[in-house]
Design a protein around this ligand. Structure first.
Ligand code: TRP
Length: 335
């Protein structure tokens, strides 16, 4: 049986946080260990340039994210783990796809539309501060996906549209030039929690409400103590279903631990106590990776070597596919 190619990219803006761990790192590493999965996990550092203009931040974030994935047990021998910017075939394919992707399709992309809408509301020119990078973001993402003929693309809900655009672009290309690309599909796993942040909204760097994955146990404890709660006193029953403390607990706990924390809320557990237990549970899961993360961060040349080897392995595939694409569109040798 042919393995399913599963591909996902991680934009390298920001420091890895608990939401990244629960929503992406943990499930992707688990999936990469399945026999029938051929996985492609990469640092989307070209995508980072769309959002981040601070070079040191982009560089630092790439390093932290790579170290985090490796520290949690990503095995580069059984996956393709690489930096997008180490695969020149991706930018080349991106241009060729640009010449096939309808501008009208890109006009409908959520991220671009949101930027235009914000400008209009502010009375600005609709394209104020909109770069070609932002506008073409879905084409670059299509190149990421189609480059490796991915079947499944695990993403959060906000990215479904982009995967559908990749599929549209592939379909249009295949129709015109012959069957070159596999048609990808977005996979949204409802069992994977979208973690709540300190303020109860989705944990996200853009909301500034994250709990960083690494740092000292004390820092983790401090972050957890900042999760917003209400003023209910110890002994007063608390609603687990509206509490970020309980929601994050559930992402780390076993079924029976969930049930007992649920009961503890109804019985009026003190917020301080609930947070203390949450800290201990989260810390237990993270502690083994913390040491390895620190070691890798202190040895960046080791991370670099892993990524370069990953790029070499990935480029065997991307170079072969790009040769096919060039042939298909008429960029051919005269000899
Ligand atoms: N745009 C995605 C995000 O912000 C990251 C990404 C880039 C990606 N290329 C990809 C995800 C290809 C899946 C497949 O989350």
């Amino acid at each position: 049986m042919q393995a399913t190619r599963v591909l996902t990219g991680i934009t390298t803006t920001g420091t890895p946080h608990l939401g990244n761990y629960v929503g992406a790192i943990r499930p992707a590493i688990a999936a990469s260990k399945l026999d029938d999965v051929d996985s492609y996990l990469f640092l989307a550092d070209y995508h980072a340039l769309i959002k981040a203009s601070d070079p040191d931040l982009v560089a630092q974030s790439s390093r932290e994210i790579a170290a985090a994935w490796l520290a949690f047990g990503l095995d580069p021998d059984i996956t393709h783990f690489y930096r997008q910017s180490d695969i020149p075939e991706i930018t080349e394919l991106s241009w060729i796809l640009c010449c096939n992707a309808a501008k009208g399709l890109m006009n409908r992309a959520h991220a671009y539309k949101a930027a235009v809408q914000a400008n209009e509301e502010a009375g600005e020119d609709p394209d104020f501060a909109v770069t070609m990078g932002l506008f073409s973001y879905p084409v670059l993402m299509a190149a990421d996906i189609l480059m490796f003929n991915a079947h499944d693309v695990p993403v959060g809900r906000d990215q479904i549209q982009h995967v559908e655009m990749a599929r549209d672009i592939a379909q249009r290309f295949n129709h015109h030039y012959g069957e070159v690309f596999t048609l990808p599909q977005a996979v949204v796993d409802d069992d994977v929690a979208v973690l709540q942040g300190l303020d109860g909204r989705k944990m996200s760097k853009s909301y500034g409400n994250t709990i960083p994955l690494f740092g000292t146990p004390k820092q983790l404890q401090k972050s957890i103590n900042k999760i917003k709660t209400n003023l209910l006193e110890p002994g007063e029953p608390k609603d687990p279903d509206t509490s970020a403390v309980f929601q994050i607990w559930c992402a780390f706990a076993s079924d029976s631990e969930r049930a007992s924390m649920h009961q503890a809320f109804l019985d009026g557990i003190a917020w301080g106590e609930a947070k203390k237990q949450l800290f201990e549970r989260v810390n237990d899961e993270i502690a083994p990776a913390r040491e390895e993360y620190e070691r890798l961060m202190a040895n960046p040349q080791e991370i670099e070597a892993v990524l370069l080897a990953g790029a070499t392995k990935a480029r065997e595939k991307s170079a072969a596919l790009l040769a096919k694409v060039r042939q298909a569109v008429g960029l051919r040798s005269f000899a």
